[in-house]
Each structure stands twice: as C-alpha cells, then as structure tokens.
Write a protein that binds this ligand. Sequence first.
Ligand code: HXC
Ligand code: NAP
Length: 294
Amino acid sequence: MSGTYESMLRPDALKGRTIVVTGGGTGLGRSMAEAFLVLGASVVITSRKLDVLEKAAEELAASTGGTVMPVACDVRKYLEVEQLVEKAVARFGGVDGLVNNAAGNFISPTERLSSKAFEVIIDIVLMGTVNCTLAFGKHWIAKGERDKAVLNITTTYAWTGSGFVVPSACAKAGVLALTRSLAVEWARYGIRSNAIAPGPFPTKGAWDRLLPGELMERFDLAKRVPLGRAGEHRELADLASYLISPFSGYINGEVVTIDGGEWLRGAGQFSQLEAVEPGMWDEIERMVRGVRGS
Ligand code: HXC
Ligand code: NAP
C-alpha cells in the first residue's frame, strides 16, 4: 500500500494517539499500521518475528514520517503480552487503541488434523485476542483511562462456519462473541469493542496457505464476489482507521463486513440465477406467468 496511500480521514485524525497492531509487520496488519501512521498516530507493531517487524518499521517510518515501534511478542503467551503493554506504555506514555489482527490458519480436511493442529489455531486466533484484550483492558481499567478502542479482525465464516478451515472458523466465532460481550461489559470503562469481517484481500500469509499452488486458479476467490474483485488494502485500512478513531465513538459491538457482498451471495438461495443469460428472462417470465393454480 506504501507510497500513494491517502486516507479518507483528515490528516490529523489520529494525532496524539498510540495504536498497537498485532501481526502488524505483514499483510493487512501492516497496511492498517501504515494508515494509522499517515493519520498521525504512533504505532506499535508486534508479532513473533522481530526481523520482519524491524524491516517493516523502518520502511513504514520512511514512507510516512511517523513513529513505529517494533516489539516481538507471541500473543499466545500472556507474560509476553504483559511485557508488550509495559514496553508500549514506557515508550508512549499510554495506548489508545488495540487491533487484534494476528492470526494463524491453513486449509485441511478436519479429520486429518491432530488435536495439536486444532489447538495451535485456537491459541493464536482466540487466545491471542483474549490475551491482548485482557492485558490492555486490565491496564486501562486499573489506570482509570477512558476513550479506548479495541478492533478485532475476524472473518465472515465466523457466523456461517466453513469446512476445511474449521479451527479458524471456531476461533473467529469466539472472537466475535468476545467483541460483542465486552462491548457491553466494558462500555462503563470507556472501552469500545468492534470487529471487521474481511472477505478476500490478497496477502501472502493468507493466500499461500489457503490456496496454495494450482488451487489459486481453480478456486479464484475474486470470482465468488458479486463486485467481481478482491478487496484493496486501502479499503480495509480506511475502515479500520475510522473504527479505531474517536470519530466512531458511538459504534460499539458492531462487526462491519467488507467483502464485496461475498458471503451474502453464498447465503441467498437463488443467487445462482446470476448465471441465467439476460436474453432468457423474457421466456422465463412467460413460463412463470403461465403457471396457474397448484
Ligand atoms: C495439517 C498442520 C498443518 C497443515 C501445521 N499443522 N500445518 N496440520 N495441515 N497444513 C500441525 C502441525 O503438524 C502441528 O501438529 C501443529 O499444526 C502446530 O504446527 P507448528 O508448525 O508447530 O505451529 P507453529 O510453528 O506455531 O505455526 C503456526 C501455523 C503457521 C498456524 C501452523 O501456519 C503460522 O505460523 N501461521 C501464521 C500466519 C498465518 O497463518 N496467516 C494466515 C492468516 S489468514 P502436530 O500434531 O504434528 O504437533 C486468515 C484468513 C481468514 O486467517 C479468512 C480468509 C478468507
Ligand atoms: P498474515 O500476513 O499472515 O498476517 C498474520 C500475522 O499474524 C503475521 O504478521 C504473523 O506474524 C502474525 N502472527 C501469527 N502468529 C502469531 C503469534 N502467535 N503471535 C503474534 N503474532 C502472530 O495474513 P493477513 O491476510 O494479513 O491476515 C491478517 C488478518 O486478517 C487475520 O486476522 C486474518 O484472519 C484476517 N483475514 C484475512 C483475510 C484475507 O483475505 N487476507 C480474510 C479474512 C480475514 P509472525 O509470523 O511474525 O508472528
């Protein structure tokens, strides 16, 4: 996304705010981090691989002129997450927004999975989100700090379910439940919780694991989307910027789908009639009008 990104929000929309993005060194996390920097926020990017984070931080700082702090942290490990809170607070004095974006996923028939394989995805996606939310939430509540935002990146199969990515579907459904539950429980502390459910957005991390090799051509995700294309990172980054900013101060407990209409096409019983040639509709209408009685 670097280079030409211009936000829909005004350039100082996040000025003076600090935002932590898990999984912020790659893919959508990196694009969201870039957008927040463009809007004046200081950003902490975190994941397991410090080398990836340091390179991303250097590039993002150069392209946006913003302040980026890379911190290695495995979101599965609560102690490391507590250290992440300490480091971010020590450097910036406080944190205003948390984006739970880190995830793990791969395709597999469920019967081929070991218990450990199931567990590793639940650990990263659900427990990682829980750990970060708990650690930052406890910190904010203990300090009596208000006007905070948690933004969770889930997916549309959190509510439809999906074969072949069942651990991820279970974990993302849990993330959605967490989002809605804390939106109510923690509102009294001035902490909002929202989520984004993206459809297909090209990233190396997701697409190489979900559609490796020739599967990419056979199951082109863009073809499932009524708008006929995959999402652009800037589109998701704009939405995330709005939801993490005080401009969305009355939005709480919402999950915003950004998928070009993908999941609804799958859900609508007659959506497949898109395949009917336009020229056939006169004949179809004649047949339908000709039906009388039962
Ligand atoms: C079956 C597998 C497997 C596979 C790993 N395992 N890959 N089983 N099929 N393809 C099993 C291993 O054998 C092991 O079980 C267990 O899972 C843990 O594997 P490790 O390799 O030890 O785990 P780890 O090193 O922690 O790596 C985690 C990972 C990896 C999830 C497996 O892919 C990763 O680091 N991913 C991070 C980035 C990522 O996944 N990005 C995509 C997000 S996309 P045993 O029993 O053998 O010990 C996304 C998109 C959603 O979420 C929607 C898209 C439209
Ligand atoms: P990605 O680039 O693979 O992002 C995943 C990130 O999570 C990586 O930066 C990875 O970094 C980090 N991560 C993994 N395990 C971690 C752990 N234990 N602790 C800390 N960080 C960890 O993939 P992406 O496509 O950008 O995905 C970003 C988010 O969007 C995910 O929540 C995903 O489910 C969601 N999503 C993506 C799509 C899509 O089409 N791309 C669609 C729907 C939802 P390290 O390896 O360095 O730890």
